[in-house]
Design a binder for this molecule. Structure first.
Ligand SMILES: [Zn+2]
Length: 466
């Protein structure tokens, strides 16, 4: 393992984990240097520390049981999008409900190894919540610098885990500057994602896990804020290939919200200097970064992998968020939901084909986000306007799962109406061509028609607008 400048190749001591080359200003990265032939040993269950041999050396391990998160096969969502193999890497299942717990485990462990008693980070929310929890576990003091707009759930976590919280700046870009200056002044351990290359090492384990759970997908979709996560996943897969464990690599897709897309713009316009966004806006606060320090790394990952990049609107993000929840039972934060919004566009445009395998990274839980909570309470207040489900819709829904006969439908609907009323509904639905009857085992069975399915989808889409 070495810590090396990506531009000039100059090597640095492994610790403290510096982020910038003193000679040329390039980014510093950890590099594993194991020969291909050497067999890698993974330790124990599918958990973060299983990959210890592929991480920079750590002595004192701090853990709350991070990693080993499920990779769900999203069958209903895939069917809706016309895909065969769609997976959601569910990082909401980490101890503080985001992927940043991996980074927090490694950073607090390293801080203990290096005999620090205080750590500092600038954060949009998830990293601050994670570090606050892990610092509590390790007995470290945790200083968190947050910008003006932070999701309330994340702030609540920082408060309850007893972090020292300071608000600084409009976006996290300002907060990062403040955290850098404070660490220089005080000697505190620098745990800001953009300023500590160990974060990339921690997040790359997501790629290792996906490999062990599924293999190498054709596409891997990640939401980009600072850009580091996209690069981390790419680095993880590249290492598996370097080590001779895998043969192929995924194509990386990096997505940003329309109102804050500096990395996408830089890449699409093929600029050598990163584009800065003067007035960034998105309700997906986890990716509200105007001047991403690790944007270049994300661009490198997308280019090397021959991947894609694009933007989605906030409304597309929120529609996707509700769809993931309704169809797959996963409550993803807006930033993560952008991956599904992107996938929809790419399938529609023919960039991703039906037979491709896809993994979307669900980085954090929707329970942390401010906007979705507000939107849902608003929805509750206006309930009744079109949200009441009609009996015909209920029948379509039941039949979309499984064919059945009249009496069974009556039972499934809770026997709340007369059986003749059910048959009247069935007749109407048949007349409209939404269901069709057929005989089986001496009973009249009903099935939903293609037209019926279309109507059901249209109803779902309408509900998402409310
Ligand atoms: Zn250098």
């Amino acid at each position: 393992m070495s810590l090396k400048c990506v531009q000039c190749g100059l090597k640095f001591p492994l610790y403290p984990p510096k982020n910038k080359c003193e000679k040329c200003g390039g980014a510093l990265q950890y590099e594993i240097n194991l020969p291909k032939s050497r067999k890698i040993k993974f330790f124990g269950k599918l958990r973060f520390w299983r990959y210890r041999s592929l991480l920079p050396p750590i002595e004192n391990i701090v853990s709350l049981g991070e990693g080993g998160t499920p990779l769900h096969k999203a069958e209903r969502l895939a069917e809706r999008l016309g895909l065969r193999e769609l997976y959601l890497k569910d990082e909401t299942r980490n101890p503080t409900n985001s992927f940043r717990d991996r980074a927090a485990a490694l950073l607090t462990s390293n801080a203990i190894d290096l005999k620090h008693d205080t750590i500092i980070c600038a954060t949009n929310g998830n990293l601050g919540a994670s570090l606050a929890a892990y610092s509590a576990k390790a007995g470290l003091i945790c200083h968190v610098i947050v910008p003006k707009f932070v999701d309330v759930g994340k702030l609540a976590q920082m408060l309850v885990y007893d972090a020292v919280i300071e608000e600084f700046g409009e976006t996290v870009d300002d907060s990062i500057g403040r955290a850098e200056a404070l660490a220089d002044e005080t000697g505190w351990y620098q745990a800001t994602a953009e300023l500590n290359p160990l974060v990339i090492e921690a997040q790359k384990t997501i790629a290792y896990e996906v490999y062990e759970q599924f293999g190498v997908p054709d596409w891997f979709i990640v939401s980009m804020g600072g850009g580091g996560t996209t690069y981390s996943i790419w680095k993880g897969f590249k290492e598996l290939k370097q080590l001779g464990i895998t043969k192929s690599l995924p194509k990386m897709i990096g997505v940003q919200p329309e109102g804050c897309a500096p990395i996408v713009k830089t890449l699409v316009q093929d600029r050598s200097e990163p584009i800065k966004i003067a007035k960034p806006f998105t309700r997906a606060l986890a990716v509200l970064v105007a001047n991403p320090i690790q944007g270049e790394l994300a661009i490198k990952a997308i280019k090397e992998s021959e991947g894609l990049t694009l933007t989605v609107s906030d409304s597309e993000i929120f529609t996707a968020e509700l769809q993931i929840a309704k169809l797959e039972g996963i409550f993803a934060e807006p930033a993560s939901s952008a991956t599904i919004a992107t996938l929809k566009k790419l399938v529609k445009d023919g960039n991703i084909s039906k037979n491709d395998s896809i993994v979307c990274l669900i980085t954090g839980s929707g329970l942390k986000a401010t906007d979705i909570l507000q939107a849902l309470t608003k929805k509750q207040k206006t309930a009744g306007i079109g949200l009441e489900i009609s009996t015909k819709e209920k029948i379509l829904r039941i039949l979309s799962r499984k064919d059945t006969y009249g009496y069974d439908l009556w039972k499934k609907l809770g026997k709340t109406m007369t059986r003749s009323a059910i048959y009247q509904h069935l007749n109407k639905l048949s007349e409209k061509g939404l269901i069709a009857g057929y005989a089986k085992n001496g009973k009249k069975f009903f099935k939903i028609t293609q037209r019926g399915k279309k109507v059901l989808h249209a109803i779902d889409d309408l509900k998402l607008l409310m």
